[in-house]
Design a protein. Structure first.
Length: 339
């Protein structure tokens, strides 16, 4: 039986470990350089090693697991309340160990290499899309100073800007034409990079069984499927679909006291990108439910008639989150049930 918990405060170069018994007594403290971490744990009796879920934590979790230890990752916000003294590396490590020993504590699933690849693809795409959006806004804003207006849609910019550059009768100077031409080339380059990343995402999801299962659910496309795989893997970390929906922040925020239950809007906890993708997927489904006759579409149609559009959209996203978790966790494709 493992009775020793090792709280490990990770950093870039210097790591701090604190050994804590099941009764909360600190028995040992250790400071080590980055290169000595794996050697140290290789020579340590199997124990429960706990780290905060932060940069490089998944790498260290995988490597320490290979050495025979049980590794857990814990959300940093849970650790703060257990640090009773001044903030330093040893106190942080002790708080991590003490926090992990609570019976009702929630832990973060450890990502494998493929999940890291999927997450990197998504983050690269997110950055490129943000850069393109910023560039588009800058182009449209500066064109207004010359009395030229372009709509927000990417297609409108692709169509209108070349026309402005070729029109010799507008107010653009030679310098402005040269600069806008360079900006347009940069815009096309970013769009080309996004298309290449999208192709890689589609190729990844075609080869991944869990992503293929997720895409059997209506409203779940390649990007959302990849985000699901990167975030939860096979979903076994969650007890049920409701647990997963709450982790995504798609359940009402509660503020109750004195036996009186008060519910507000959704909690917005968890993975922001994944929640946004689920809501966008629900919005696309909600736009076409009137034309379908399966049980999910009928339920969504009735909800749309009773509630506002945005409320119905979030409620549908909650249901889709539960459905897609069930599909992934049970390894069974989704089947539409007709009325």
């Amino acid at each position: 039986m493992k009775t020793i918990t090792i709280g490990l405060d990770i950093a870039k170069n210097v790591f701090h470990a604190v050994f804590v018994t099941s009764h909360g007594k600190v028995t040992k403290k250790k400071q080590m350089k980055r290169g000595a971490v794996l050697k140290f744990f290789a020579n340590t009796e199997p124990a429960i090693v706990v780290m905060e879920a932060c940069g490089s934590s998944n790498y260290w979790a995988r490597e320490i697991q290979k050495l025979g230890h049980e590794v857990k990752l814990i959300a940093p916000q849970y650790v703060v309340a257990y640090r009773r003294k001044n903030k330093n590396d040893y106190n942080d490590a002790e708080a991590i160990a003490e926090c992990s020993q609570r019976d009702d504590m929630s832990f973060v699933p450890i990502k494998d290499i493929e999940q890291q690849d999927a997450q990197m693809l998504l983050r690269i795409r997110e950055r490129l899309v943000k850069q393109r959006t910023k560039l588009s806004n800058q182009i449209r804003g500066m064109l207004l100073e010359y009395g030229l207006c372009i709509n927000k849609e990417p297609a409108a910019l692709r169509r209108a800007l070349p026309e402005f550059l070729e029109d010799a009768d507008n107010s653009l100077t030679w310098t402005a034409r040269s600069l806008f031409s360079e900006l347009y080339e940069e815009y096309l380059l970013l769009s080309d990079k996004i298309e290449k990343v999208d192709k890689k995402i589609k190729a990844f999801t075609k080869e991944n069984e869990l992503c293929q299962l997720a895409q059997t659910v209506t409203g779940i496309g390649p990007i959302t499927a990849l985000a699901l795989y990167a975030a939860i893997g096979n979903g076994k970390h969650f007890a049920n679909g409701r647990h997963f929906a709450a982790w995504c922040g798609l359940v009402p925020r509660q503020h109750s006291t004195g036996g009186k239950s008060v519910l507000y809007g959704i909690s917005k906890k968890g993975n922001i990108v994944l929640r946004a993708l689920l809501v966008h997927g629900a919005r696309s489904v909600l736009n076409v439910v009137d034309k379908k006759e399966d049980k999910l579409s009928v339920w969504a149609t009735n909800l749309k008639m009773k509630k506002s559009y945005n409320v119905a959209c979030v409620a549908l996203a909650n249901k889709l989150a539960r459905v897609v978790w069930s599909v992934i966790a049970n390894n069974r494709p989704y089947e539409l049930k007709m009325v």
